[in-house]
Design a protein around this ligand. Structure first.
Ligand SMILES: [Zn+2]
Length: 136
């Protein structure tokens, strides 16, 4: 695997944050993820007046990843509009788990950490009954 360029990921995330739609919280968030193919995908948060329908930057990132026909992230950085590191919210930790696995690196202070450190005991596909158990 190529060496992770966290600085480039953070810059891409900050550029994405500039495109955020955040009229309610004022918190502009951008996320950038490096895929296993070496491509960087980005997303920004898109708020909604209902608040509950707000899309986090990581949602846009995963959507862009899938739209490109990819499904495997190896590293993700999220920042606010000033470039300060933000760790993903609980929902996004679960979202990212499905598209990068527990060993995916997440930018955090003081150093990036594996997603499994941010989401211990995660609910994953192994938590579901197998189809054969459904039919038994
Ligand atoms: Zn989130």
């Amino acid at each position: 695997m190529q060496r992770l360029d966290w600085s480039a990921l953070r810059i891409a995330a900050r550029n994405a944050a500039a495109m955020a739609y955040a009229p309610y919280s004022g918190l502009h968030v951008g996320a950038a993820g490096l895929s296993s193919s070496g491509t960087v995908f980005t997303g920004c948060n898109v708020e909604n007046v209902s608040y509950g329908l707000t899309l986090c930057a990581e949602c846009g990132l995963v959507s862009a990843l899938r739209q490109a026909g990819e499904d495997s992230l190896v590293a993700v950085a999220a920042v606010d509009g000033d470039g300060n590191c933000l760790t993903p919210c609980g929902r996004c930790r679960q979202l990212l788990l499905e598209h990068g696995g527990p060993s995916m690196l997440i930018d955090a202070l003081p150093v990036p950490v594996a997603l499994s450190e941010l989401l211990p005991g995660a609910f994953d596909a192994a938590s579901l009954p197998s189809r054969s158990e459904d039919q038994a």
